[in-house]
Design a protein around this ligand. Structure first.
Ligand SMILES: Cc1ncc(C[n+]2csc(CCOP(=O)(O)OP(=O)(O)O)c2C)c(N)n1
Ligand SMILES: [Mg+2]
Length: 580
């Protein structure tokens, strides 16, 4: 080829773009820097090209973990996390994370490649054939499909807006394989892209609703504030703290709201939770929902019906009255609602009666003393408390580290023992109590924040995403995983009720060595049996930032069935009678 011809060919090519590049350009234009990915037909090249174009592409071993990573990236950053998967099975693997993100109000976009529309719709048996859009729809906030390269810009814009505006959630974006190869003029392509302006617009509460809420609050004798993860998501940290402190009202944080105000704050009533739920007369919920985690706002925990008034701050109007009457609904984004309340409170806000705050303090002190006694014990083998005592100290010494936590006893005990000091540092199983978020959350937390991550995992919980320790090693992420190894689910000492040689349904291999797994990938593995060994190993990991997995041997008899929620297990009337 002559030099002139070569140049013409080069120019012609430079003036064209294709579906691959338009997707990447649309994401980049909207500030997306990272894709959580599992490669394969038809999206392998999309991942490669995204990396070539300067995006960070983190490739996982299973789409559910990539999806969980995208979801928590969305929670941490308030911009949608992106998960990229192949068609049918890869898409389905990502769906659990998409549904979980929607339930938890985390903004994420699951982008899946899909097969030939013409063949899929006639059900003629294409490679990985599946009508993915139809399947995704009921499991997410919104679902879109793009058929033409000219619509990629609009498709990506719609997905971003749907994910982060109003109540955030999961969005599905279906990209058929054929789309990526479609070519169009580069300039027209550039013009077809959409930069989403103000993707999550402020939603200002009505002044009358603000006044109503303040009136209810003024009339309270025993007020309580409940902070939910919506409040943590809002990143209105200073105003929320100012509201709580100006009001003088005791607060309890839901699990992922821990640290929004430090757990050691004098107004924290977490150590007197059952007392304040029962005895309060006005409860203001900020980004918390009255779902099962709060016993639906009624029943024994809450006292007689009608004994309380609820004020609820939420961006979703339909959340109001979902379980009980809300006396003062305050609908808007949390930042705007809290700012409006602060303004309306003025400078002479009356503090709650001291009988109320003093009675909480007394209850708190006695509960904390009781807990201190349990934490002080050095049992051998370790029980949950002796192991958690040292992990509590680790977080106290490194309050900017991110804590990931899943399991049953491992979750419930860690939540109670480990104080958090900063917002959005505790990431856990959320609304569903789902197992399997561990490594996905840990990886995204490290990638998005650059902070050290401590993942405290039940041995069962860890198994759901454990293969991603290879991913942690491959990207050399500062993640320290501590597996609470009690040989099983809830306990390791279950027996086979049939008397055969199979182990109990809840038991795992006795004395398993999870630390060996990470060594196979070049990470640091440590087996520990005492609190001192555990502290040393975690300190070394947090100090070095090296991928580390610590197998912490826990007494197989230390846990209880389902941790703190054993009461949710169905009981047969028959077995209650002692099965005669
Ligand atoms: C996806 C999913 N599958 C199953 C469960 C049921 N489940 C709840 S906790 C748990 C594991 C508890 O065992 P472990 O993680 O070892 O914690 P431990 O109580 O032993 O400390 C399981 C399987 C769930 N919550 N989510
Ligand atoms: Mg276990």
């Amino acid at each position: 080829m002559s030099a002139a011809l070569e140049q013409t060919a080069g120019t012609a090519e430079a003036e064209l773009t294709d579906g691959f590049h338009l997707v990447i350009d649309a994401l980049k234009l909207n500030g997306v820097k990272t894709i959580y990915n599992v490669p394969g037909i038809p999206i392998t090249d999309l991942g490669r090209l995204a990396q070539a174009e300067g995006m960070r592409v983190i490739s996982f071993r299973h789409e559910q973990n990539a999806g969980n990573a995208a979801a928590i990236a969305g929670y941490l950053t308030k911009s949608p996390g992106i998960c990229l998967t192949v068609s049918a099975p890869g898409f389905l693997n990502g769906l659990v994370a998409l549904a979980n993100a929607t339930t938890n109000c985390f903004p994420m976009i699951l982008i899946s490649g899909s097969s030939e529309r013409e063949i899929v719709d006639l059900q003629q048996g294409d490679y990985e054939e599946m009508d993915q859009l139809a399947i995704a729809k009921p499991l997410c906030k919104a679902a879109f499909r793009v058929l033409h390269a000219t619509d990629i810009g609009i498709g990506v814009a719609r997905a971003i807006r749907a994910a982060v505006s109003g109540r955030p959630g999961g969005v599905y974006l279906d990209l058929p394989g054929k789309l990526f190869g479609q070519v169009m003029e580069a300039e027209a392509g550039r013009r077809s892209l959409v930069k989403v302006i103000d993707p999550a617009p402020a939603q200002i509460p009505a002044p009358t609703a603000v006044e109503r809420a303040l009136d209810v609050l003024r009339g309270a004798l025993r007020p309580l504030i409940i902070l939910g993860k919506g409040a943590a998501y809002a990143q209105a940290d200073d105003d929320i703290r100012a509201l709580v402190e100006k009001s003088g009202i005791p607060f309890i944080p839901m699990s992922m709201a821990k640290g929004l105000l430090p757990d050691t704050h004098p107004q924290s009533a977490a150590a007197a939770r059952s007392t304040v739920l029962l005895e309060s007369d006005v409860v203001m919920m900020i980004g918390a929902r009255l779902n099962w985690l709060l016993s639906h706002g009624k029943g024994r925990q809450w006292g007689p019906p009608g004994s309380k008034k609820f004020i609820q701050i939420d961006i979703e109007p339909r959340e109001m009255d979902s379980n009980v009457e809300i006396a003062a609904p305050l609908v808007g984004d949390i930042g705007s609602c809290v700012a409006a309340l602060l303004r309306g409170m003025g400078d002479d806000w009356k503090q709650p009666p001291s009988e109320w705050t003093e009675s909480i303090r007394a209850k708190k002190d006695s509960n904390i003393a009781r807990m201190a006694a349990r934490l002080g014990k050095n049992s051998m083998p370790m029980d949950y408390h002796s192991a958690l005592r040292v992990l509590r100290d680790v977080i106290k010494e490194r309050p900017d580290a991110i804590l990931v936590n899943e399991g049953a006893n491992t979750l419930d005990q860690a939540r109670g023992v480990i104080d958090m000091y900063q917002p959005r540092k505790r990431l856990d199983v959320g609304t569903w109590g789902v197992m399997g978020i561990g490594m996905g959350f840990a990886i995204a937390a490290a990638v998005e924040t650059g902070k050290p991550v401590l993942a405290i995992e039940g041995d069962s919980a860890f198994g759901f995403s454990g293969m991603e320790v290879e991913t942690i090693c491959r990207y050399n992420l500062p993640v320290c995983v501590v597996v609470f190894n009690n040989d099983g689910i809830y306990r390791g000492d279950g027996v086979n009720l049939g008397g055969g040689t199979d182990p109990a349904t809840t038991a795992f291999v006795r004395g398993a060595r999870y630390d060996k797994m990470i060594e196979g990938f070049g990470g640091v593995g440590v087996n520990v049996t005492t609190p001192d060994e555990l502290k040393q190993a975690v300190d070394a990991a947090m100090e070095s930032g090296k991928p580390t997995l610590i197998n912490a041997v826990i007494d197989p008899a230390a846990g209880s069935e389902s941790g703190n929620i054993g009461n949710l297990n169905p009981k047969s009337a028959l077995s209650k009678k002692g099965a005669a």
